[in-house]
Design a binder for this molecule. Structure first.
Ligand code: HEM
Length: 180
């Protein structure tokens, strides 16, 4: 994945747990703490190693780390200069979710070699949604939960999200309901 992702893991750890925690995590993950280049491509294994080492060091389940990472990503990308793109992609949570593929498409122009996920939202009659998430990568469903929670905060919408089905490899389904 692009270094931007690993830099965001670094930003999350340093801001919440401090510089020492980051150094310990890098050591455990056998990763050089010298810094990632946002626009360089790195092996996905590095990102997974960082998440695993963060989980062990911080004594948190990997799912918790991934969910926190997803939520952090919605703030981090804006700070890193993607705010205009994000603003263009929708004025509500549902509109934004409908435009996720278009958004990653745009990002792919500047990041050749990007392997983005794909999303499809089905609207249900009661106003809730089923979000389909397709990815070549394994185990990132908790990140999607954090991402959607972060987006909901951005659009000042109260939601509940739960994983409905992950039985088909590469395809997860989430239920998203607006809550009071
Ligand atoms: C402007 C904001 C965003 C940028 C710049 C961005 C960019 C990226 C990048 C660089 C990757 C790594 C893929 C690779 O390097 O091959 C990625 C992956 C991912 N993105 Fe985005 N993204 C943004 C917003 C979002 C949002 C709002 C969602 C919400 C669902 C999302 C969902 C994901 C997921 C789940 C992955 C993990 C990869 C996978 O599932 O295969 N992204 N994105």
């Amino acid at each position: 994945m692009y270094g931007l992702v690993n830099r965001a893991v670094e930003g999350l750890v340093r801001s919440r747990f401090g510089d020492d925690a980051w150094l310990t995590i890098c050591k455990r993950a056998k990763v050089d703490p010298g810094g990632f280049v946002a626009m360089d491509l790195y092996d996905d294994a590095i990102t997974y190693q960082l998440v695993g080492a963060a989980s062990e060091t911080l004594e948190l389940p990997a799912e918790t780390v991934l969910e926190a990472f997803g939520e952090y990503w919605t703030i981090y990308t804006i700070e890193e200069g993607y705010g205009d793109l994000v603003a263009m992609m929708g004025g509500s949570l549902n509109e934004f979710l409908d435009n996720l593929d278009a958004m990653h498409d745009r990002i792919g122009h500047a990041m050749p070699g990007l392997v983005p996920p794909s999303f499809k939202r089905d609207s249900l009659e009661d106003g809730s949604s089923v979000l389909h998430y397709y990815s070549e990568r394994e185990g990132l469903a908790p990140m999607v939960i954090g991402l959607v929670k972060g987006l909901a905060k951005r659009f000042e919408t109260s939601i509940e999200i739960e994983l409905l089905d992950a039985s088909v490899p590469g395809h997860c389904q989430f239920m998203i309901r607006e809550s009071a």
